[in-house]
Write a protein of this length. Structure first.
Length: 256
């Protein structure tokens, strides 16, 4: 979506669709609770002053009906009688929701939220009242289709592992597929962070597990360096330890 985001401000009548892979680790400690994931897919379709908002509502109505997804009333902003009319004409019930406003800080508009089994599975935004920005959560859709109570209980995850591990190895496979290797900054750092968290697990061979033995050696070297420096620098911040000798925050606990 970021590649075409500028078109909302300079609409050219084009359309765009994608399955966007997203990685999110700012709530890493919550992963494993059944709601938070380190990676997820967003099924999106976008129009930039092209096919009107109604077209997306119709398309997703047909998709969800074909899949057999049972929907709850569509949440719509109370001021948007035009949105209510679209959904009602498609055979849906509608619920007023003043929270149906979306913005990324610069571009925004009213949205309509789609729920199934108490879970929000999709959001159809009407940016600047002339375009369309639709996102449906891939993992949430699969969860509803498979009748699971948690996204990480679906067939998308390896159920032989505990919830945290099954989440992390799925994201590591995504990194590997996209050519991102363990490293020191940016995405490679996130890759290394997740890899370190599963180093002690007994893992079946996968393409990305080629990193495991090498990373174990890197970690051992970092720990040895840290032990030599600990007494003189134990008051330093985790960021200092990472920048100085590549020691992860979790590994600092071993020094205490």
């Amino acid at each position: 979506m970021q590649r075409v985001r500028h078109k909302f401000s300079s609409p050219d009548g084009s359309v765009h669709g994608s399955l966007q892979s997203c990685v999110r680790t700012n709530d890493l400690d919550l992963v494993g609770d059944g709601t938070h994931l380190t990676s997820f897919g967003m099924l999106g379709n976008f129009s930039f002053n092209g096919p009107d908002y109604r077209t997306s509502c119709e398309m997703w109505t047909h998709i969800l009906r074909d899949l057999g997804v049972r929907l709850e009333p569509i949440h719509v902003h109370p001021d948007r009688d035009d949105h209510k009319a679209i959904w009602r004409n498609l055979g849906h019930e509608v619920a007023d929701d003043p929270e149906c406003v979306w913005s990324d800080g610069q571009i925004g508009g009213n949205c309509c939220e789609v729920y199934s089994h108490g879970v929000e599975i999709g959001n159809l935004v009407n940016p600047l009242n002339h375009s369309t920005d639709v996102g449906f959560g891939f993992e949430r859709l699969v969860m509803v289709l498979e009748g699971k109570g948690r996204a990480d209980e679906t067939s998308l995850f390896d159920q032989r592992y505990d919830p945290v591990v099954r989440d992390h190895i799925r994201t590591l496979a995504l990194f590997h597929k996209n050519g991102i290797k363990p490293g020191a900054k940016g995405r490679p750092y996130i890759c290394r962070l997740l890899l370190r968290k599963v180093l002690t697990e007994k893992l079946d061979p996968e393409p990305w597990t080629e990193w495991v033995e090498q990373e174990k050696k890197v970690r051992e070297r970092s720990l040895e360096t840290c032990k030599k420096m600990w007494l003189r620098h134990k008051d330093k911040s985790p960021e200092w330890w990472w920048n100085t000798c590549g020691i992860m925050p979790d590994d600092l606990k071993l020094m205490l």
